[in-house]
Design a protein. Structure first.
Length: 267
């Protein structure tokens, strides 16, 4: 299988001098996701933890209700990329086919029309009551992510998503060149173990967009913390769902945008 990183030659200009050397960089591979041998999406992703990606994508996109609804899957390396083949029941495939027809647009426009806008702005599930967390817990969760990012330590070029729990630390971490892919992989990793994010803090290395709020909510997350700021739409969606949204989380503090009642002892 394709390696998630490669070493390449490069020239470096620093301190007024040019030096020859090499750098490890992340691989970016076309990943075709198919259901019952019908292609649904092609994503650019890091070719690692692909079974987690297949399950997490299927759940976050509401194609199946549970990981157990995926009857089988296979990771197949093909010329020019990788195919994630998933098999689902006829009722889920019929719903997917209907959705595919509704979202079809003119060539080159991506998702078009009012139905597509509704899909992009689909309602966010309500957050569970979730834990009450301290400011120390949020800082510890954010601090734990960097040392656990093996691929980013080698490449300095990938995002990560993790689930941190009080008393036990990081339950899982997944990395990818795409921030959405990293969160899907985390979702899949937890779902394959029969777990969700309701009792922990979902930690992200990126800004918080509406898609990440939607995915985190489907993971039953109650608290999301990220190193960057959220978009305005993400804040509105998190507020509507009752999700605690923490941004600009660094070693010296963080900013709370929604759901501050879950955070105790804010200093």
């Amino acid at each position: 299988m394709t390696s998630p990183s490669v070493r390449v030659d490069r020239l470096a200009w620093r301190d007024g001098a040019l030096t020859h050397g090499s750098r490890v960089i992340p691989e970016e591979t076309p990943i075709a996701i198919t259901y019952n041998r019908v292609t649904h999406a092609v994503m650019m992703a890091t070719p690692d933890d692909l079974q987690d990606f297949a399950v997490g994508f299927s759940l976050s996109e509401n194609i199946v209700p549970t990981a157990g609804a995926i009857e089988d899957y296979a990771v197949v390396e093909a010329e020019g990329g990788i195919e994630l083949r998933l098999w689902i029941g006829p009722q889920y495939m019929a719903a997917l086919e209907k959705r595919r027809r509704r979202l079809a647009g003119a060539t080159g426009c991506g998702m078009c029309g009012l139905e597509s806008l509704a899909e992009a702005l689909r309602p966010v599930p309500g957050a569970p009551s979730g834990p009450t967390v301290s400011s120390d817990a949020i800082l510890a969760a954010v601090a734990s992510l960097g040392p656990a990012q093996a691929l980013n330590q080698a490449t300095r070029a990938v995002h990560a998503a993790g689930c941190w729990r009080e008393g036990s630390g990081l339950a899982a971490v997944r990395e990818d060149v795409g921030r959405h892919n990293a969160l899907d992989k985390l979702y899949g990793a937890l779902a394959r173990r029969g777990e969700d994010a309701s009792d922990g803090i979902v930690v992200l290395t990126s800004r918080i967009s509406i898609e990440l709020v939607q995915k985190a909510a489907r993971m039953r997350a109650a608290v999301v913390a990220a190193v960057s700021a959220p978009t305005a739409l993400a804040v509105r969606a998190a507020a509507a769902a009752g999700l605690t949204l923490v941004g600009v989380a660094r070693s010296d503090g963080f900013e709370v945008f929604t759901g501050g009642e879950r955070i105790a002892k804010i200093r």
